[in-house]
Design a protein around this ligand. Structure first.
Ligand code: HPA
Length: 291
């Protein structure tokens, strides 16, 4: 079964990283398509190419560099995955979530994810940022299928608060700090790599979806399994198929993500600062790592 030696593979990767850093990361980040610039804004950065991390799967999509950067943001120690592995690349579900499991193994108590997504809610525009309130998993895949690794988490993890209410509230406060309108909605995961058809988008809207993409959901499930608080922001890079007269291109996804780069970096900085200042010890769930 796939999970047999997972804990050992994660420990090997973690040990290789801890050999080269002397800070304890508290918050993890995953940067989606075209949003990787955030990693360049860290202080005291130590960077690892995915090639240097034992057992780490490598992404192949343009816009995904494949680096882990450890450093600080407003004095909060963070570990950032710049680039991710998608299911549509043909990787196993286990491989697709190895990176976030590694963040958990490094000891972070929260992970903030980002992605590029198609907008389904008609009031959205390319460049809208949407805090994910909940998801619909239509990828057909769940990374926890197979023997459960009891060392990592329970067989049947709860998903009621997968998108942590406290982290979301801090994101809204951070957006207010910088005077930015942060939308909130439901993200649907599709397997990809083809974009959706207009009929599929009409179906998704009927189901209550506000945005659609090809990532994030497997990672959130794996993190929830491991008891790590998660939150995520979608960058609406294009309106979903059939909503405008246009066809969809990956280059449009990258261009829109690039155009919101500054706002995105500012929002995440303000968010992490607020997470660092909050008192987590009195709440349930995984606490902040002790210094
Ligand atoms: N559909 C699915 N994934 C996406 C889209 C989309 O329209 N845009 C960016 N990622």
């Amino acid at each position: 079964m796939p999970n047999k030696d997972l804990s050992a593979r994660l420990s090997e990767a973690r040990d290789a990283i801890f050999k080269r850093i002397d800070i304890q990361p508290e918050v993890g980040l995953v940067l989606g398509s075209g949003l990787g610039a955030f990693a360049d804004s860290l202080s005291n950065a130590t960077s690892f190419s995915f090639d240097e991390i034992p057992n780490m799967p490598r992404p192949s999509v343009s816009g995904h560099a494949g680096r882990l950067v450890v450093g600080t943001v407003s004095d909060v120690p963070v570990a950032v995955l710049q680039g991710r592995v998608h299911l549509y690349e043909g990787h196993s579900p286990d491989a697709a979530v190895f990176g976030v499991r590694l963040l958990a193994k490094l000891g972070v108590f929260a992970v903030l994810l980002s992605n590029a997504a198609g907008g389904i809610r008609t009031s959205f525009k390319p460049g809208t940022l949407m805090l994910i309130r909940d998801h619909i998993n239509l990828s057909g895949i769940n990374p926890l299928v197979g023997a459960n690794d009891d060392e990592l988490g329970p067989r049947f993890p709860d998903m009621t608060r997968a998108y942590d209410p406290r982290l979301r509230s801090l994101a809204r406060d951070a957006a207010a700090d910088i005077g930015f309108n942060l939308e909130e909605g439901v993200y649907t995961a599709m397997l990809g790599p083809s974009y959706e058809t207009p009929a599929e988008i009409r179906m998704l809207r009927t189901l209550g979806a506000d945005a659609v993409g090809m990532s994030t959901v497997p990672e959130v499930i794996a993190l929830q399994h491991m008891g790590v608080r998660t939150a995520a922001v979608s960058c609406i890079t294009n309106m979903a198929a059939g909503m405008t007269g246009e066809v969809l291109h990956h280059s449009e996804v990258e261009q829109t993500a690039e155009s919101v780069r500054e706002t995105f970096v500012k929002l995440f900085h303000a968010w992490i600062e607020r997470i660092g200042a909050a008192d987590w010890a009195s709440t349930t769930g995984r606490f902040r790592a002790k210094k």
